[in-house]
Design a protein around this ligand. Structure first.
Ligand code: CU
Length: 396
C-alpha cells in the first residue's frame, strides 16, 4: 500500500520533468563548451558546473518554500489544537498579492530606467526616427494598459478576499462589459496596425524613388564584400557563373560599366544622401544589420534585394554627441551563419559630401592586376571600351 502511494502518476511525471530539465541543461552546456573553443582539435571540456549550480539553486528554493509551508502548517495546527483561531490564510494570500504588485511595478520601472537605454542607440537615419516614434507610441499605450490592469487586478484580489462577513455577487454575463473590452482594444490595435502599415510602406516601397548612391553588399562566409560604382555611377552587371578566386563577386567585364567599379573596405556614406544597398548572399542566409540606421534585411542566396535609407548624422557628430572619439557605425551580420559569424563586421562612416568625394577618388578599382591577368586583359587599359578589350582577350 505504502509503495503504491509513493509511486503515482504525478510523481512519475515530476521525475520525468526534472530529468528532462537536467538533460537539456547538460546538452546546452556541452554545446556552449564546444562553441567556446572553435577550431581546436582536442575534445572540448564539458564545464557544466554553471548549469548544475543554477539547477541546484532552483531546487533549493523549492525546498525552502516547501519547508516554510510545512512549518506554518504545523504552527496553524498547534494554534487550532489550543482552541485559538488558526492563521488567516486568505489575508496572508491577499497581502502576498499586494507585495507581488509593488515588487512587480518597481521591477517594471527598474527595467525601463536601468535597461531602457540599452535597447537601441539613437536613430541616425531619416526613417529610423519614424520607426522610433512608432515604437514609443506603442510602448506608451501598452504600458498605460499594463499599469492600470495590474493595479486593478491585484487591488481587487486584496480588497475582495474571502470574508465570512460577505457573500460573493454572482455575475454570469454582462453585454456592456463584453462590448467595452472587445471594442476598445480593437480600435487601439487597429490604429497601431494601420500606423505601422503606412510607416513600413513608406520605408519599403521605395523602388521608384531616386537614390544618390548604389552600393552592392554581398555576404559570404565570413565577410561582407562592398562594391561602389565608379565615375559613371552605374554598377556593372554580375553573374554567379563568373565567380573565381580573383573575381569574388562574379562581375561581368564584358560590360563597360564594370570597368570603373570600386572595391572598398570601409563603407563611406555622404550625409543626407539617399543610399541604396543592393543586398546579396553567396552561400547561406546572412543579414545586413546597421542598428543606428534602423536597417536590417536578410541577404538570401539567389534572391537579390535592396534597402534604401538616408543617413542624417555624421560619424563626427555622433562622436561629439556620445563623447566617444572612437565611435564607429557598424554593419553587422545578424543571422547566425556559421562558426565565424561574429567576424562579419564592417565599419560604416558617415561623412560630408566633400570628404566622401575625396575618399572615393582614393579607392582602388575592382578590376585589379590579378583579375586583369586572369581575364587576359592588357595591363592598365582602363579607358578602353568593352568591345575592344574583349577582342584583346580573344587574341590572347
Ligand atoms: Cu553572416
Amino acid at each position: 500500500m505504502g509503495f503504491r502511494k509513493l509511486i503515482n502518476s504525478k510523481k512519475l511525471l515530476s521525475f520525468f520533468a526534472a530529468f528532462m530539465l537536467l538533460g537539456t541543461n547538460l546538452l546546452m552546456a556541452q554545446t556552449e563548451a564546444a562553441g567556446a573553443t572553435p577550431g581546436q582539435e582536442e575534445a572540448p571540456k564539458v564545464d557544466w558546473t554553471g548549469v548544475a549550480y543554477y539547477v541546484a539553486i532552483f531546487f533549493l528554493i523549492c525546498l525552502g518554500v516547501a519547508i516554510v509551508g510545512k512549518i506554518l502548517k504545523i504552527y496553524d495546527l498547534t494554534l487550532k489544537m489550543q482552541g485559538k483561531k488558526g492563521i488567516k490564510w486568505n489575508t496572508v494570500m491577499a497581502v502576498i498579492c499586494i507585495v507581488f504588485l509593488l515588487v512587480g511595478l518597481y521591477g517594471a520601472y527598474w527595467s525601463f530606467t536601468e535597461q531602457g537605454s540599452m535597447t537601441l542607440p539613437e536613430a541616425a537615419s531619416a526613417h529610423g526616427v519614424k520607426i522610433d516614434e512608432m515604437f514609443t507610441v506603442t510602448t506608451v499605450l501598452t504600458m498605460i494598459v499594463f499599469f492600470v490592469t495590474q493595479i486593478l487586478l491585484f487591488t481587487f484580489l486584496f480588497q475582495y478576499r474571502h470574508s465570512d462577513k460577505r457573500r460573493a455577487h454572482f455575475l454570469p454575463h454582462n453585454n456592456t462589459i463584453e462590448k467595452v473590452w472587445t471594442i476598445a482594444p480593437a480600435i487601439v490595435l487597429t490604429i497601431l496596425v494601420v500606423f505601422g502599415f503606412f510607416t513600413w510602406q513608406k520605408i519599403m516601397n521605395s523602388e521608384n524613388l531616386k537614390d544618390d548612391i548604389n552600393i552592392d553588399v554581398t555576404g559570404h562566409q565570413f565577410a561582407w564584400e562592398l562594391r561602389y560604382p565608379g565615375k559613371d555611377g552605374v554598377l556593372g552587371p554580375k553573374d554567379f557563373r563568373l565567380v573565381t578566386g580573383a573575381n569574388l563577386l562574379g562581375v561581368n567585364f564584358k560590360k563597360k560599366s564594370s570597368f570603373d567599379d570600386l572595391k572598398v573596405d570601409t563603407m563611406y556614406l555622404p550625409v543626407n544622401k539617399s543610399i541604396r544597398l543592393n543586398i546579396l548572399a553567396q552561400d547561406v542566409i546572412h543579414s545586413v544589420y546597421m542598428p543606428h540606421f534602423r536597417v536590417q534585411l536578410n541577404a538570401v542566396p539567389g534572391l537579390p534585394t535592396f534597402f534604401k535609407f538616408t543617413p542624417t548624422i555624421t560619424t563626427a557628430e555622433m562622436r561629439t554627441k556620445l563623447d566617444d572619439p572612437k565611435f564607429e557605425y557598424t554593419l553587422y551580420c545578424n543571422k547566425i551563419c556559421g562558426g565565424s559569424h561574429y567576424n562579419m563586421q564592417k565599419v560604416v562612416r558617415v561623412v560630408s559630401e566633400a570628404e566622401y568625394q575625396s575618399w572615393l577618388s582614393r579607392q582602388k578599382p575592382y578590376l585589379n592586376d590579378a583579375l586583369r591577368k586572369e581575364l587576359h586583359f592588357a595591363a592598365a587599359n582602363n579607358e578602353q571600351s568593352g568591345a575592344s578589350t574583349n577582342r584583346l582577350a580573344l587574341n590572347n
